[in-house]
Ligand binder design. Structure first.
Ligand code: GLU
Length: 293
């Protein structure tokens, strides 16, 4: 059974960039007669707010993007993450790191290998890094074909837990994707650099491999991706079908004029029914593009 998911971070409202990821993963899952799950990635409580979780759920419902089961809330799963991390620590896959942000900045933005060499113990107040063997040199993306690690530089020894005690996205997303039985991950191409490390960590944890499909990113007029950090505007939900159509067209889907011209007369469920049936992942473009919103 196909199981997909959408995993928004509630650090701001849903914006056009996250709508593209939501719709792409939804259309793919439903087209495969699969389930589509929702995960609220609110592990970093300094950035996330309940009001954004509420508004994301509300917007998804207005857009007719209904999920299966109950949303998984990461902030309620600390015990599970701790247990997996304790096991990794015991098995020698990690080391303590007390590098400050400033030190990393002075080292050209990369973590200096010194604490790995010192094999610092995991102690209170220290971060915990994954001891990577860089064993995943590439993976085959459903939309992009084979992607090589060397083309997407990212920290090999990525953090699993930060010094301020928060578990990291890379740790918890790998655990949750496995525990919820996700079979394929459809998400923005900005996460390709993280995927190599996530695949390696999943392998270390003995999880079966998941397939990936990386969607193009919607860029603002200035060429930066719509993101909560860039204060992307929230969605104008006055014409939800028009919005869905715009996101689907951005994903390379083509519709006959009786669908595209009738967007004001269709309900979201009528539009989505059609879009699911005709969703074609081979039409999804690779390149990110500017989309005025
Ligand atoms: N939470 C991430 C975001 O909002 C997505 C993570 C993922 O899909 O793995 O960008």
């Amino acid at each position: 059974m196909y199981r997909g998911r959408f995993a928004p971070t509630p650090s701001g409202p849903l914006h056009f960039g996250s709508l593209v990821a939501a719709l792409g993963s939804f259309l793919r899952a439903r087209n495969q007669q699969g389930e589509w799950h929702l995960r609220i990635e609110d592990i970093d409580e300094t950035r996330c707010r309940q009001e954004y979780t509420d508004s994301i759920l509300r917007d998804l419902e207005t857009l007719g993007l209904f999920w299966d089961g109950v949303p998984l809330i990461q902030s309620q799963r600390h015990e599970i993450y701790r247990e997996v991390l304790d096991n990794l620590n015991r098995q020698g896959y990690t080391y303590g790191c007390n590098c400050t942000r400033n030190l990393i900045k002075l080292n050209g933005g990369r973590h200096p290998a010194s604490c790995r060499l010192e094999n610092l113990p995991w102690e209170k107040g220290a971060g915990i890094r994954y001891k990577s063997s860089s064993s995943v040199t590439g993976f085959t993306d459903l939309i992009r074909g084979f992607l090589s690690r060397t083309d997407f530089p990212a920290e090999n020894d990525f953090l699993l837990k930060r010094r301020d005690c928060y578990f990291t996205y890379n740790l918890v997303s790998v655990i949750d994707d496995h525990e919820t039985g996700i079979t394929e991950i459809v998400r923005g191409a900005d996460l390709i650099p993280d995927t190599f490390g996530q695949l390696e960590l999943a392998r270390t944890l003995g999880y079966p491999e998941i397939t990936y499909a990386s969607l193009p990113l919607a860029l603002s007029e200035s060429g930066s991706k719509y993101s909560k950090q860039n204060h992307a505007p929230g969605l104008d939900l006055l014409s939800p079908v028009r919005l869905l159509l715009k996101a689907a067209v951005f994903l390379g889907q083509e519709y006959p004029s009786e669908i595209s011209a009738a967007s004001d007369d269709l309900t979201v469920s009528e539009f989505l029914k059609y879009a699911v049936r005709h969703f074609d992942i081979t039409k999804v473009p690779v390149l990110s593009r500017k989309v005025p919103v």
